[in-house]
Design a protein around this ligand. Structure first.
Ligand code: PEP
Length: 267
């Protein structure tokens, strides 16, 4: 059984006071067990949000990291800097960076390596555009992105990874992928991970769904086979909305665990 993971990606939102208030409310409302929670604020708020989360079960994550540990890279933030600021997790390969900033697949692989070298847990995002889906190449695109992202990962490091399947057309649009789109893609990702590292090692890797998850649709999405949590953008900007998703994951994880203990299969 994989403990569900819910990660909030605040993107380029919040000023310091709002970030601190939001983190405090999530810290106070997060359940004591049954689900892992990560908040990914803008870089400039990592210190302040980290202070709020210190000693709690809610973890701190970066939204990206540079592929090098240090150097002349104006405006960038390295993985060791994230660790120094208190982060334990980092998003890499988010589609807003792939598409708006032109980050290629290979770079995501180097960033994943950099995150692991710094002992961060990478949340690797993959996902197809609407054009790619219409052309019938969704699975090929997503598996190509996965292979590139994992190109420099050693088998023993596999359990430190999470993946997020985020169809680009579902991010920030209010359009949610349907179960018939989500379930086969998660199955394809799981099969690739198993083929790469064996089910024992790869079994620990969580595959999250991301794309317009909110308090209303979370129950359904998080109960789907192969969905081990969610990467949440817009709905992570209010504590009520985000905590409702966290609770849906906790309940979904608990009911999946009882199905397994009754021998009824996994999610
Ligand atoms: C995201 O930023 O990864 C995301 C899924 O955003 P949203 O939930 O707003 O679609």
């Amino acid at each position: 059984m994989r403990t569900p993971l819910i990660a909030g990606n605040w993107k380029m939102n919040t000023l310091r006071a709002g970030a601190v208030a939001l983190a405090r409310a999530v810290r106070e409302g997060a359940p004591a067990d049954g689900v892992e929670v990560v908040l990914c604020p803008p870089f400039v708020h990592l210190g302040a949000v980290g202070e709020v989360l210190r000693g709690s079960r809610v973890r701190l994550g970066g939204q990206d990291c540079h592929e090098k540990p240090e150097g002349a890279f104006t405006g960038s933030v390295s993985a060791p800097m994230l660790v120094d600021a208190g982060a334990t997790d980092v998003i890499v390969g988010h589609s807003e960076r792939r598409h708006a900033l032109g980050e290629p697949d290979a770079l995501v692989g180097f960033k994943t390596r950099a995150a692991l070298d710094a002992r961060l847990a990478p949340i690797v995002c993959v996902g197809e555009t609407i054009e790619e889906r219409k052309a019938g190449s969704s699975e090929a695109v997503v598996l190509r992105q996965l292979d590139a992202a994992l190109a420099h990962v050693r088998p023993a490091e596999a359990p430190r990874l999470s993946l997020a399947y985020e169809p680009v057309w579902a991010i920030g649009t209010g359009v949610v992928a349907t179960p018939r789109e989500i379930v086969p893609m998660h199955a394809a990702l799981r099969a690739r991970l198993d083929a790469l590292w064996g089910a024992d090692r790869a079994g620990a890797i969580r595959i999250l769904y991301g794309g317009s998850v909110n308090a209303k649709n979370a129950d359904e999405i998080l109960a789907l086979a192969g969905v081990d949590g969610a990467l949440v953008g817009g709905a992570s900007l209010t504590s009520e909305g985000f905590l409702a998703i966290v609770e849906a994951a906790r309940k979904g994880g608990a009911s999946a665990a009882s199905r397994v203990s009754r021998g009824e299969g996994t999610r």
